[in-house]
Design a protein around this ligand. Sequence first.
Ligand code: HSE
Length: 378
Amino acid sequence: MMNIGLLGLGTVGGGVYELINQREDMNVKYVCCLEEPQGMRAILTRDFNRIINDPEIDTVVELMGGMNPAKDYVVRAMRAGKNIVTANKLLIAECYEELTQLAIECGVIVRCTAAAGGGIPWLTAIARCNRVDKISAIYGIMNGTTNFILDMMHRKKVEFDAILRQAQQLGYAERDPSADVDGHDIRNKLIISANVAFGVSMPPSEVDVFGIRNIRQADVATFLSKGLYCKLLASSQRMGGKVTAYIEPTLVPGESPEAAVHENFNLIGYDARFAGRQSFYGQGAGRYPTAYNVVEDLLDLNQGEASFYADKADQIHISNELAASSYYVRTSKPDAWLQERTAARWGEAYITKPVTVKAMHAWARQSADPELFLAAIR
Ligand code: HSE
């Protein structure tokens, strides 16, 4: 019998508690959380020491999210010899090398399949691919909230703010939805995925990120008039010894697989030498899909899974000067840099000649236009 200390009883934690209570092979002994839930079979505690000092607890499931106190609790649990299962994207992305190294030092296992792809067995698929093959690129729609918002803006012609509120009510959005709309959540998922796929540890601050906060219904109408859909895409490619990694709104043809991804679904995939392009479509957010993958991780541990998804984490710098595309840029503050690179106009928007991802994002960061919106054109 696996004995678990569960940290957090929010949307995902509550779902995990429910699923585990239906099983005979695992038991939640303690729940450490701030809420006071009713009808709890486990022991409720606010004292994390009770969990790490209990020799019967072999596994800590961390579903609090955020850095504090999650990181401190995870590190202390590892030092106490407990295996970790977490869906905490921020924690794994920001502390990837530190935590994977600490796990080796402590002789414990960390699993985080639900941290990237929600209910999709994505990290496990990457790990399996790497046993036989070499992945050259990963890409996709990795954030359910922003896909839901963009999908509704294209299909129901609603404005951004109204549909964000609905995504929050449906339980897709992060507690602070700016993590979704400004691209930080998808950035964390890309970092974890690329680190595992390429056996690297990339500096989070070097990932270029542009979110969807400034997209307007008028932009969407322009895209649709040209047969294009706007999706928030994550991309990372391995080029020789270098790796690119970036998040940006991207205009894809109406007939592309990405355009057909509706509501909160994710579509993520890799390109590999022998396997070719493999894509995984499914529920990337929500209580039960995410809880499902947490329980799958627990079962893997119970059945003797003894390793992380990747066996190395080489420190690298990100090389976004190696990726380029044309961009749609809607701004009220065009400057000489933009005008020199403009190849066409779509209404008031500027369509650039091919520009590197690094140069485009650097220009956007220094723009004085708070309403600026840009999208790569694929
Ligand atoms: N807020 C996240 C999303 C939840 O919308 O994808 C799942 O990670």
